[in-house]
Design a protein around this ligand. Structure first.
Ligand code: GUN
Length: 291
């Protein structure tokens, strides 16, 4: 039976450490770390995510402001809001909730968030820093996955890791993070041949596909660590991952459940990134930030 990695409790512990660091920041700088979230339109899932992000910030003693823009907002108006946030001293982190409505240029929008405030880690400068092994802000979801692997005591050095999915938000940064830890990394995607056999060769398997219960028992090597990034809703309205949990839990070495695995870590890592951004912007000594 696999070690079931409890993302909820790992995230709660991380949020406590973030709250302590946020309190330390506030005491030294005279204001709390601040996150500004921009939400365009009224997509129900995005509304929930954004509300949860705001609430988590407040619980950690941070300031958070949500900017709600109409679905037909112009590109100019959105960029002009971002430009204002970039020069606002009290704003440490800025996040534009994706996806954006079709008429907006997602790339131009994410590029407008300066690297120092880019708590999503989407700016080309932060992406480059990640691949070069330099300091920068790392995308929250893969960063949360790494924390869960470490928490479960999974050995990464020399391990064979397979990441399914090549998105800029999860698959690519996940591959960079695993490589940085000396895993041997394969990035699989929709055109990959013999995907089940490839996955069955992995010591560490990260699924970020977006297809309910796609990975069955024969996709998972006995004893492997399985990280399930998928959040899919079934016809009955139930939340399930990309992994067929019931089929896999019996012989994986470690596995994240859905819900309660990767999901709670993403928000905790967003808070962590915001405090890191605030700390760096204020010029506080790096060694004194203990998260
Ligand atoms: N939409 C889905 N995931 C993310 C994320 O990590 N950041 C942002 N900004 N939008 C998202």
């Amino acid at each position: 039976m696999a070690n079931v990695i409890d993302g909820k409790s790992v995230a709660a512990a991380l949020r406590l450490r973030v709250a302590a660091a946020a309190a330390g920041f506030s005491a030294r700088v005279g204001r709390p770390p601040g996150l500004d979230v921009v939400l365009v339109g009224d997509d129900p899932a995005s509304q929930v995510y954004v509300r949860n992000k705001g609430r988590a910030c407040e619980e950690a003693g941070m300031r958070s402001t949500i900017h709600r823009l109409p679905v037909d907002v112009t590109q100019e108006a959105l960029l002009s809001l971002l430009d204002g946030l970039m020069v606002d001293e009290r704003v440490d982190g800025v996040l534009v909730q994706l996806p954006l409505p079709k008429h907006l240029d997602e790339q131009a929008v994410t590029d407008r968030v300066v690297p120092e405030k880019d708590v999503d880690g989407f700016h080309p400068s932060n992406v480059g820093a990640l691949w070069l092994g330099r300091e920068g802000l790392v995308p929250c979801t893969p960063w949360g996955c790494m924390r869960l692997l470490d928490e479960a005591g999974v050995k990464l050095e020399g391990a064979r890791a397979v990441v399914i999915g090549r998105s800029n938000i999860v698959g690519k940064p996940m591959a960079a993070l695993l490589l940085r830890r000396s895993a041997t990394v394969v990035v699989a995607h929709s055109r990959t041949k013999d995907l089940p056999a490839l996955c069955a060769s992995a010591d560490v398997l990260v699924a970020a596909v977006g297809r309910a219960k796609m990975l069955g028992a024969d996709w998972v090597k006995p004893g492997a660590a399985v990280i399930d990034v998928g959040i899919n809703r079934t016809a009955e309205g139930k939340l399930v991952g990309d992994v067929d949990y019931d089929a896999v839990v019996g012989h994986a070495g470690a596995i994240t459940p859905v819900p309660g695995g990767v999901g709670p870590m993403t928000i905790a890592c967003l808070l962590e990134n915001t405090v890191r951004a605030a700390w760096r912007r204020a010029g506080l000594p790096k060694g004194e930030l203990t998260i």
